[in-house]
Design a binder for this molecule. Sequence first.
Ligand code: ADP
Ligand code: MG
Length: 356
Amino acid sequence: MRLASRIVTTAPASRPLIVLFGGQSAEHDVSCVTAKHVLDAVRRDTHTIVPIGISRDGQWSKATWSSDVDALEPSGEPVDPFALLRETAESGGAVLPLLHGPFGEDGTVQGLCELAGVPYVGAGVLGSALAMDKIAAKHALDAHGLDQAAWRGLHVDEITAGTAATLLADLGSPVFVKPANMGSSVGVTRATDEVSLAKALDVAAQYDEWLVVEEAIVGREIEISVLGNRDVRTSLPGEIVAGAEFYTYEDKYVDGKAELLIPAPLTDDQIADMQRLAVAAYSALRVEGLARADFFFTADGRWLVNELNTMPGFTPISMYPKMWAASGLDYPDLIDELIALAHDRHTRARRNTTRT
Ligand SMILES: Nc1ncnc2c1ncn2[C@@H]1O[C@H](COP(=O)(O)OP(=O)(O)O)[C@@H](O)[C@H]1O
Ligand SMILES: [Mg+2]
């Protein structure tokens, strides 16, 4: 028997980790809850945690953390975002943007981190923006031959008295109407006729001027966690059995009647197909870091991509971490791995960038 050589390790120095939460989107509250759970779980021996809250009007401030609150408050001593990120870069730290929706998950905060030269968890500017915008994402997924529900993208200025009728003639009934840039089912409505469709377009238009209308899919909702930069791993899939007519905001966060089945009851071949498609979609949208890939699985065995979330729900009872836990990667290790991926991508990007 060969004896394993002894590896002498020194404890890694603790580096700053800016945990960004709150933000200017309709998913502000969800983010404050997520931040609380991440701060409860994150390893403090390797990271010096700096919680930074972003208020609904975009002010950044140093927040305080305490384990006995349900959600973090995005208030405290104001900070200058760019100066803070520059300092973090200089001290070898990283940023964990726990922000959902516009101004957080869409490439904007990612761009700020790029300018400041600081590593950050999750997809880069392009991947974040592509995955966030449902129209851009659908174009990219179509271009890569990934199946989706039939869809139409339109701008509010294009809506006329005849739009609802044309869409129904084109896509059938019912349809789903969504703002192109949103999440957590905010502004998503199922419409069955011209009147409800016209109303649904108005609702979605409160959130974005670009809208998506899709054929309603009858099928199971199956999700999967994807993790990695160039080498990508997938978890076991999970299934959502919605408590309402579809998986609504209330179902996700308020009355929580949705049932989560992890792992989803599927055959090994079905799981393998889904994992392959999830990696293809991740690559099509140029995502790095992490994403939860959401699919519909129809009774006749078709997998249709619904969307990829580059900053999915991230409390310990959210699908993304739970699917990893079921696959052998627990919550604190997952957070560590995400931070390592952030440093890894940053180093690679630096190497590949020629500066004159
Ligand atoms: N084309 C569709 N067919 C059937 N159900 C849909 C369709 N699009 C959305 N839904 C339902 O609406 C929910 C929210 O839509 P989704 O596109 O995931 O928006 P969000 O980005 O807000 O999560 C889905 O989880 C699903 O329950
Ligand atoms: Mg969704």
